[in-house]
Design a protein around this ligand. Structure first.
Ligand code: GLN
Length: 504
């Protein structure tokens, strides 16, 4: 039952084959069984059971079912938000049940889910027999990262603990872990979904991202979440869409672009092979596949870095110990209180971005860094426009450079260098505000997922998902089988001893 799609499970609920409370219990049990993944930082068991009860009442009375913070930072430890984000509320209004809050990199800064205060998230696919057979080490020392920053959300969906998870996508934070954990992750067009209730990273790029196990499910959730919200003035009216994606669709009408600059240094053999295989699939089915150029791609990482740090410096200013969150005991002066609060509350990744942002924004540097980066951002967006103007419908690219790194290898480098390498295919999309989706396509020789990204035109999210569903049906991605229960018990014991004291 847990392996079902949202569509299947909604049908089972409507038919009375399972109740919402039974289903919720199963999800909570699955979370408990896989605690070693460290995907969740709060399990909201009681409220989940209450919500499930309400959904059951709703089902019983014939009311139709519709087809959920701490930011992993000490700064917001124990903070209970006073309201729900619009996207969460919209799900609850449809009868969805929120089983918990998932782990991430502190304040969504990172590409590994290794930098949050609750410790790293583990990739469920490194606990399948295929991965374990190739490892000479024990499961508690050799495991792969989930990618990030929304690694907990991706791991929760991949390990069958939930049917859907959300994350914020500013530079790739849902697509990157989606690709590395073998789930579908959609970053909708900027402004199609409300950001009300999201803690901002880069306001001009942030979008709530949707993670599910199928493209059809992502489309179902998109229809629920999209549209104008009076609490977010950047939101737009959603274009009208049919109730669900077409089951059959003629791919011969579609022109697929392959950006030549995306043959980036560090692209793994396995990922390149998948990219070529799927491009061939499109071609053989009659789609037009054509090489295109996005000449400013090479500048996108630097450009993103400058713009991100500038907005971070501004956004993080509200965490000063006065209004909410952590407050230092040092009270010799207001300045000393601010400084120690921020030093104690933020990790070094966040602190470094604040410092860099303030440096870029100095009166003497503003034109040289911030203004230049804004101009470059415009050119990057123009590249995409030119390609789409030439008749391309979607772009097919890798999502990440390779499959998931081993945790012990990943932490050798600092966060900024890693993000710079990892986000090369995802960040340009955020700078241009376009919709993009990653779809799992195959397993690497290590038994870890490889996803491919499709990029669409502004507000053509539905067309993008229609093509993505076609691709999903052709690639035949395998179902996950986590290894045995006795191993789980052993792993949970050792991981709980080390990490779960932090969050308690
Ligand atoms: N890895 C990028 C960063 O560190 C993207 C983060 C995100 O999308 N939230 O900023």
């Amino acid at each position: 039952m847990l392996g079902m799609s949202i569509r299947e499970v909604s049908q089972a609920l409507r038919d009375g084959r399972v109740s919402a409370t039974e289903l919720c219990r199963k999800c909570i049990n699955q979370i408990q069984r896989t605690l070693y993944l460290n995907a969740f930082i709060t399990i909201t068991e009681e409220t989940a059971m209450e919500q499930a009860q309400r959904t059951d009442n709703r089902l019983r009375t014939g009311k139709p079912l519709g087809p959920l913070t701490t930011c992993a930072s000490s700064m917001l430890k124990g903070y209970v938000p006073p309201f729900n984000a619009t996207v969460v509320q919209k799900l609850l209004d449809q009868g969805a049940v929120l089983v918990g809050k998932t782990n991430l990199d502190e304040f969504a800064m990172g590409a590994g889910s290794t930098d949050g205060v609750f410790g790293p998230v583990r990739n469920p696919w490194s606990y399948t027999s295929l991965y374990r057979e190739q490892s000479t080490e024990d499961p508690d020392s050799d495991w792969a990262i989930t990618g990030g920053s929304s690694g907990g959300s991706a791991a929760a969906v991949a390990s069958l603990s939930s049917f859907l998870a959300l994350g914020s996508d500013t530079g790739g934070s849902t697509r990157n872990p989606g690709s590395l954990c073998g789930v579908v992750a959609l970053k909708p067009t900027y402004s199609l979904l409300s950001r009300h209730g999201l803690i901002p990273l880069v306001n001009s790029m942030d979008v709530p991202g949707i993670m599910t196990r199928s493209v059809h499910d992502a489309a179902t959730v998109l229809r629920i979440l999209q549209g104008r919200d009076e609490r977010d003035s950047t939101t737009v009216q959603a274009p009208s869409t049919p109730p669900s994606l077409p089951e059959h669709f003629d791919i011969r009408d579609i022109c697929v672009g392959i950006p030549k600059e995306y043959h980036a240094p560090g692209l793994s053999k396995d990922t390149l092979a998948q990219w070529s295989r799927v491009a061939d699939m499109f071609e053989q089915a009659g789609a037009r596949v054509q090489e295109v150029s996005l000449p400013h791609t090479q500048h996108s990482i630097v450009c993103y870095h400058v713009l991100c740090c500038c907005e971070v410096a501004s956004n993080m200013a509200c965490f000063d110990g006065l209004e909410y969150g952590h407050c230092s005991k040092v009270d010799s002066s207001t300045d000393a209180m601010y400084a120690t609060t921020r030093h104690e509350g933020f990790n070094s990744v966040v602190r470094r971005r604040i410092l860099s942002g303030n440096y870029f924004l100095l009166k003497s540097n503003y034109k040289r860094y911030f203004v230049k980066a804004q101009q470059m951002r415009r050119l990057i967006a123009e590249d995409f426009k030119n390609v789409f103007r030439s008749g391309i419908d979607v772009l097919l690219t890798p999502t990440t450079l390779s499959d998931a790194a081993r945790y012990s290898d990943f932490i050798q480098e600092d966060n900024q260098t890693r993000s710079a390498q990892e986000d090369v295919f995802t960040q340009p999309v955020n700078m241009a505000g376009l919709p993009a989706v990653t779809v799992p396509t195959a397993l690497s020789h290590r038994g870890l997922p490889i996803g491919l990204q499709l990029i669409g035109q502004t507000l053509q999210d539905w067309k993008l998902l229609t093509v993505a569903q076609w691709m999903e049906q052709k690639v035949n991605f395998p179902i996950i089988h986590l290894h045995g229960e006795s191993n789980e018990r052993e792993l949970n014991r050792s991981v709980r001893e080390r990490t779960h004291t932090i969050g308690s």
